[in-house]
Write a protein that binds this ligand. Structure first.
Ligand SMILES: CC(C)(COP(=O)(O)OP(=O)(O)OC[C@H]1O[C@@H](n2cnc3c(N)ncnc32)[C@H](O)[C@@H]1OP(=O)(O)O)[C@@H](O)C(=O)NCCC(=O)NCCS
Length: 154
């Protein structure tokens, strides 16, 4: 298996990952372009096929209020999204994707803040030291449960 990472791919190629989410959570192309412009992003390719996507935006570039996140906090990056296409799920690739992205985030932030909306992401976040806080039963009307968590980087 050949695993390759890219920090930029064409926007159109990223839209395939939106199908992993309910309509309420999906991004339109223009919204995703705006988010990616300011993000630290990575795409994982397996044997030259797109397999995974992950991106987060640092506090200074976030233009919306994010539930649970302290608006006075100036030291976090918010992990907006992470996904693997169905063909690549269940193969323990998510920790590899997350580890690569953490390497990109480096020591630029004090915490990674996120909302876990899939059960399989919880052990991934725990592996990297996440602490869990509040839970939302119906995240943005998607029917998903979301658990707010933080990874302390320093
Ligand atoms: C979330 C996602 C990236 C996880 O990847 P995955 O391929 O399903 O999971 P992996 O095979 O990498 O396994 C990750 C861990 O989850 C566990 N796991 C897998 N399915 C699980 C389930 N249904 N319930 C609980 N744990 C589960 C695995 O055992 C593994 O933990 P371990 O290594 O400690 O044993 C993937 O499911 C996905 O893309 N889902 C759709 C998009 C999405 O919901 N993204 C999350 C937004 S927060």
């Amino acid at each position: 298996m050949k695993i390759t990472f890219f920090n930029q791919i064409p926007l159109e190629a990223t839209m395939i990952f939106e199908h992993l989410f309910e309509p309420e959570l999906r991004l339109e192309g223009c919204d995703k372009a705006a988010l990616l412009k300011n993000s630290i992003a990575a795409w994982m390719f397996i044997d030259d096929e797109p397999a995974g996507e992950i991106y987060g935006v640092g506090h200074a570039d976030i233009n919306e209020e994010i539930p649970d996140v302290d608006p006075k906090d100036t030291e976090y990056i918010y992990l907006y999204s992470m996904g693997l296409l169905p063909k690549f799920q269940g193969k323990r690739l998510s920790k590899i994707l997350m580890a690569y992205w953490l390497g990109q985030v480096g020591n630029k932030f004090k915490t990674i803040d996120a909302h876990c909306t899939a059960e399989s992401i919880v052990p991934v976040m725990r592996t990297f030291g996440a602490k869990f806080f509040s839970t939302h039963k119906n995240w943005f009307d998607s029917g998903r449960e979301a658990m707010y968590c933080k990874i302390y980087l320093s």
